[in-house]
Design a protein around this ligand. Structure first.
Ligand code: ADP
Ligand code: MG
Length: 358
């Protein structure tokens, strides 16, 4: 389909006398047919990056290529958004309420002055693909949430785009529909081999869809890799937090152990750079609580149960080292434990992450 190549791309917005460097000298290639995810905190340049790719913003400097064609150059959109073969889906999947499902899906083709019989066959084909063939005469208010969202996708796909651009596409959906929306976009992206760029602050969106991902911080990619690489080996503590829940614990390094009060976490397999103090990162699902040893876990010391809560099929247990109750550590557990009880904290071997203290 289309390979997107970005070279030294920057976008600076001027707000009075101050300059906002929304996108800061990004170079990246998104291979044809691949889904690339952009994760990052709010206000760090994700939407601006997507709008530059779409041709809705002109670069302050740098170039964008679709295959070998220059589509944007410094201070100029060479090829307009409507000529780029892109489809866009934004946060609100808004449909036109006064138009039937058929007319909603047909709308982009009507705008492009496609002949009527061609419109009819194309709309039917896309409706078939998305399971909407039976509801083409209904109006948006007569649809379920899932059908509305499928209609919005159908409208985005009706012109057979080569590139799909998604900006926080699932954040306005109910948690229940969100899962199926992600699965649907993933399926269509894979089947149609659409070169896809999805940006979101929610790692679950990126992990569900992207083959490859980048974390944008202050307009630059702070890390690029497969979603699993970024989740398992985040380059910084900030990236660790952006990609999922994690305990970040200030520790002293003593003889290859990270020491937090009475807890001693072995750093045997971690590369250290001679720091005396580090931040240890451990995800709650890499921790366990037990009085007896567990295979593939290492016992790091005694902790006291502080709080127990339940949600989404899992118990969240907050524990503290027995010698320092000001330190909180979250543990995911399948069974509850009584507050006040003391037990051992176990860490899955190979899952300990170490970051520099800032
Ligand atoms: P994100 O999508 O990651 O939340 P944005 O790309 O929307 O981030 O914004 C990045 C930065 O650029 C922010 O500081 C934002 O205020 C600024 N910005 C975005 N669009 C404009 C604009 N049209 N004019 C001025 N500043 C803008
Ligand atoms: Mg945004």
């Amino acid at each position: 389909m289309t390979t997107i190549k970005v070279e030294n791309l920057s976008k600076i917005f001027k707000k009075g006398k101050t300059e906002v460097r929304a996108v800061d000298n990004i170079s990246i290639k998104i291979d044809s047919g691949l889904a690339f995810g952009v994760l990052g905190p709010s206000g760090h340049g994700k939407t601006t990056f997507l709008r530059l790719i779409a041709g809705l913003e002109e670069p302050t400097s740098g170039y964008i290529y679709f295959d070998d064609e220059v589509v944007s150059e410094p201070r100029r959109v060479v090829l307009g958004p409507e000529k780029r073969g892109i489809a866009m889906v934004f946060q609100n999947w808004a449909l036109y309420p006064n138009m039937s499902v058929f007319d909603n899906i047909a709308f982009p083709l009507k705008l492009a002055k496609v002949p009527k019989d061609k419109i009819e066959s194309k709309v039917k084909e896309v409706a078939e693909e998305l399971g909407l063939a039976g509801v083409l005469n209904r109006y948006p208010k007569e649809l379920s949430g899932g059908q509305m969202q499928r209609t919005a996708i159908a409208r985005a796909l009706v012109k057979d785009p080569k590139v799909l651009l998604l900006d926080e596409p699932f954040s306005n959906l109910d948690a229940q529909i969100r899962e199926s929306a992600r699965a649907l976009v993933r399926k269509i992206q894979r089947e149609r081999k659409l070169t896809t760029l999805i940006v979101s602050h929610d790692p679950a969106d990126i992990f569900a869809i992207a083959n490859k991902a980048g974390v944008i911080v202050h307009g630059k990619f702070a890390q690029i890799g497969t979603p699993t690489e970024i989740y398992e080996y985040p380059a910084t503590d900030l990236i660790a937090r952006l990609t999922g829940e994690i305990n970040l614990l200030q520790a002293k390094v003593i003889e290859n152990n990270a020491v937090i009060s009475n807890l001693k976490i072995p750093l045997k397999n971690v590369e250290l750079k001679g720091q005396n103090n580090v931040v240890v990162g451990i995800r709650p699902d890499d921790l366990s609580l037990s009085d007896t040893p567990l295979d593939k876990y290492v016992d790091v010391g005694t902790v006291k149960i502080k709080l127990v809560s339940y949600g989404a099929g899992i118990f969240k247990i907050v524990v503290s080292p027995v010698a320092d109750e000001s330190v909180d550590i979250i543990v995911d557990a399948e069974e509850p434990l009584e507050a006040g009880v003391e037990t051992h904290l176990l860490v899955k071997i190979g899952k300990i992450k170490v970051f520099d203290q800032s």
